[in-house]
Design a protein around this ligand. Structure first.
Ligand SMILES: [Ca+2]
Length: 213
């Protein structure tokens, strides 16, 4: 009993923690056919004319097929501030010190023939802070623009983090300009030094127990 039992219990606990925290976005690929499980909010001075899940080929000539994607029509409400739009997020339980890779696909397409100076600015956000941002840039007629964001975030402490995308534009929304997002994914990298520290700690307990015996 004593030290040795503590080490075994600690080992089991670590395994459970790792399993329960294989965090992922729910309906991150929108295949529910709607926006369920997503928290959607407008930014300051932001709006979206519509929001829904629709069938769309999110990467055009890329390998992904046509399936459901989240679709928005974002822009600012008035011309007094720089940009406006929406944020769609989910709450994820993240482990301090682990490295998280967040991924999503985005696209912009207009149905009309008019050009526009900015199709959409997409950011991967954590607790409201943009980690990585990509702007579609000017659109030409109905020609689609495709993109992908990979963003790395390492939380300092264990906790619940709001993670997702911000989509904004520096103009009011035209009625025929659409922003699409799909395939939100998260991959966790467990840090090697931490693992080694746990093993070393266990070794120290064992060594102390043997000396007492
Ligand atoms: Ca999809």
């Amino acid at each position: 009993m004593g030290s040795r039992m503590k080490i075994v219990l600690m080992g089991v606990a670590m395994g459970v923690v790792a399993g329960a925290n294989a965090q992922m976005f729910i309906n991150g690929n929108f295949e529910a056919g709607d926006l369920s499980f997503w928290n959607i909010a407008t930014t300051t001075n932001g709006q979206s004319v519509s929001q829904s899940a629709v069938l769309y080929d999110i990467d055009g000539p890329g390998f992904r097929p046509t399936n459901f994607a989240g679709r928005f029509q974002v822009g600012r409400i008035n011309t007094s501030t720089a940009t406006g739009g929406i944020e769609l997020t989910q709450n994820l339980n993240l482990i301090g010190g682990w490295q998280y890779y967040f991924d999503f696909d985005w696209a912009v397409q207009r149905t009309g023939t008019a050009n526009n100076a900015e199709g959409g600015i997409f950011s991967l956000i954590v607790n409201g802070t943009a980690i990585t941002t990509r702007a579609a840039g000017p659109t030409t007629g109905s020609t689609p623009i495709y993109g992908h964001i990979t963003s790395i975030f390492t939380p300092t402490t264990n906790g619940t983090y709001s993670v997702g995308a911000r989509i904004v534009r520096p103009f009011t929304p035209p009625g025929d300009m659409y922003q699409y997002v799909d395939n939100f994914a998260v991959t966790a990298i467990v840090p090697e030094p931490g693992t080694m520290a746990v093993i070393a700690l266990g070794g120290a307990f064992l060594a102390r127990r043997r000396r007492k015996a």
